[in-house]
Write a protein that binds this ligand. Structure first.
Ligand code: G3D
Length: 186
């Protein structure tokens, strides 16, 4: 059983599906994280790796995930933005060791936060400051400053340091998301 299947069970969401978007730059660790979280029997719906970025969709009994790279070229943007409208939670993954592209991650995050389909919605955003095991990794506090997360006032957010290879930090993030989704439902 994956972490998210437990989450769904605890929340009693078996009848209602929650859509989670997992995004971030390519190579940040999204696939590794999601593979750790999803149950082995999750149904994969689409993998579309050929058009400049990858979209993967899969479903557990009550959670559906869409995973994509935000570093595709601008002309593909409208394809992934199409998923914003229906999502109820976002997981944003950052490679904490990639200082050079942290600025690109920030630009993508800012664009995301200002998108009309997300801007005025109080959806929770879970940040994974991933690859903490690498020597060059900056702390989650530093990642938080570099992305100016303190400026996000209208959405609940949380940042977790993670090492997706070992699975460290993932449970803390899932626990937080569980609380947030629970709050949304009450
Ligand atoms: P993406 O889906 O965001 O593009 P992936 O990223 O999950 O494919 O991960 C990109 C590479 O980073 C992979 O290495 C993966 O094993 C590695 N990676 C993911 N998370 C971590 C982490 O926490 N620590 C370290 N050290 N590496 C991580 P490869 O070599 O397969 O390209």
């Amino acid at each position: 059983m994956g972490l998210f299947d437990k989450l769904a069970g605890w929340l009693g969401l078996k009848k209602k599906e929650v859509h989670v978007l997992c995004l971030g730059l390519d190579n940040s660790g999204k696939t590794t994280i999601i593979n750790k979280l999803k149950p082995s029997n999750a149904q994969t719906q689409d993998i579309v790796p050929t058009i400049g970025f990858t979209i993967e969709k899969f479903k557990t009994s009550s959670l559906s995930f869409t995973v994509f790279d935000m570093s595709g070229q601008g002309r593909y943007r409208n394809l992934w933005e199409h998923y914003y409208k229906d999502c109820q939670a976002i997981i944003f993954v950052i490679d904490s060791s990639d200082k050079l592209r942290m600025v690109v991650a920030k630009e993508e995050l800012d664009t995301l936060l200002n998108h009309p389909d997300l801007k005025h919605r109080r959806i929770p955003i879970l940040f994974f400051a991933n690859k903490m095991d690498l020597r060059d990794a900056v702390s989650s506090v530093k990642v938080s400053h570099l992305l100016a997360l303190e400026n996000i006032k209208d959405k609940p957010w949380h940042i977790c340091a993670s090492d997706a290879l070992k699975g460290e930090g993932l449970q803390e993030g899932v626990d937080w998301l569980q609380d947030q989704i629970q709050l949304m439902k009450t």
